[in-house]
Design a protein around this ligand. Structure first.
Ligand SMILES: Cc1cc2nc3c(=O)[nH]c(=O)nc-3n(C[C@H](O)[C@H](O)[C@H](O)COP(=O)(O)O)c2cc1C
Length: 183
């Protein structure tokens, strides 16, 4: 796929605590190889699934995950990242984080950055099919669609939890196509 459009683009990649987080490593790698300036925000729970070292290496930048960490800059990190982003891409996005976004809740760095940014937002959900179909999750997605947030996937098929249905993270190629379409 032609990735020229991503060269020099400032992309904040939010990674939530889904097993599909390993696919976001490929996404981070593909984005930085395409010449994008990638900054990864991981939720604290995502760090229980995959090491931030994977993302710092593949994105070629430090990974942000702690609202209250070491201070390198006078500006709070969620504001710096919110201003930096041309696109906030969240892949994989959990039901929890989608709920935070839809309801204006900001308990962590990723959801605080969402509220503070005026960048385009692209969300790639991943979750169990019954979670995805739950009216609470569907309502949150509708709310975000109504605000102009874009979604890619989820896809249908075998799920990591052993079930089968709609909830798989969209293919990395499809996420990249959806991202490219924003520029
Ligand atoms: C192994 C494992 C896999 C999980 N996968 C998902 C998932 O794919 N989607 C989802 O919405 N929640 C999933 N969860 C539940 C979330 O991790 C949980 O709701 C968490 O509070 C979300 O936090 P975050 O949005 O801050 O990452 C998973 C939990 C575990 C233990």
């Amino acid at each position: 796929m032609e990735l020229e459009k991503l060269k020099g683009r400032k992309i904040v990649l939010g990674v939530c605590s889904s097993i599909a987080a390993y696919k976001a490593a490929d996404l981070a790698s593909r984005l930085s190889k395409a010449g994008a300036d990638v900054r990864v925000i991981m939720t604290q729970n995502a760090r229980k699934i995959i090491s931030e070292r994977v993302f710092s290496t593949l994105s070629r930048n430090p990974v942000a995950f702690d609202m209250w960490g070491k201070i390198d800059d006078w500006r709070p990190e969620h504001i710096s990242l919110a201003d930096f982003a041309e696109v906030l891409l969240v892949a994989p996005a959990t039901a929890n984080t989608i709920g935070n976004f839809a309801n204006g809740l900001a308990p962590d760095l990723l959801s605080s950055t969402y509220l503070a940014t005026r960048a385009k937002v692209l969300i790639a959900p991943a979750m169990n099919d019954k979670m995805y179909a739950h009216p609470a999750v569907q309502k949150n997605i509708e709310t975000l669609l109504g605000r102009g947030v874009k979604f890619v996937g989820p896809a249908s098929g075998a799920l990591a939890c052993g079930d089968e249905g709609r909830g798989r993270l969209a293919e990395v190629e499809d996420i990249l196509s959806a991202l490219r379409a924003l520029f």
